[in-house]
Design a protein. Sequence first.
Length: 255
Amino acid sequence: MAESERLRVLLVDDEPGGLASLRTALEPMSEVEVVGECSTVHAAATSTRELSPDLVFLDVKLGTQSGLTLRDHLEPDELPPIVFVTAYAEHAVDAFDMNAVDYVLKPFQDARIARSVRRALRRGALRAALQADTAPRTAAPLGPARESAERIMVRQEESIRFVRVERVVRLEAAGNYVKVVSDEGDFSIRSPLRDLLGRLDRSTFVRVHRSHAVNLDRVVEIQPWFGGDYVVVLDNDEEVRLSRSYRDEVLRAVR
């Protein structure tokens, strides 16, 4: 990998041992360059502005502060992809609300950090590929803007549960039901897939197959497959086939 293509990484942890563990895990990776280290939220925000890292490994607990507050110190377009590294599992929901690449629990194995790097590289490669795909296309208009649902109502035993749409990874048609695969578990709702998609943001949830739709914000890679089809790799490590007939619609929605 060329020097200019290396993933520029910032490490943020208030414990020297935590920083050392991350350095040790990243050192063998030729595709990674550690450009800075810091131990506070304020220093992390300053370093992010000055260094413009491609990825930040961020501890959730930084002394008396929370690493989750980093977003309060930066503009939305300044916030880089983040891998949270922490001993506390209970902050995962809030972390993924910040569009985290990954959530790693301490103590970790070096291979777990390598997996996070691969996820970040896949996400960056997908974004670059989609941006590079600028050939003129004749596309049907998406129609006027409309209000879309922010939550999906699902039944769970004898109760009703609301799942926020950003927590939904994919949707799968199953007869008269739709299987909702989310960070909070899998649920079934009685609805045709077409009707459910009609209530969601069409620039985020798109059909990739006759019976499958995905949340584009959760896509990390698109790989070529047989017969002109593709495979969509999601950030929960699931893979869904992207039919050739839906490829242009998916690319148009991302743009």
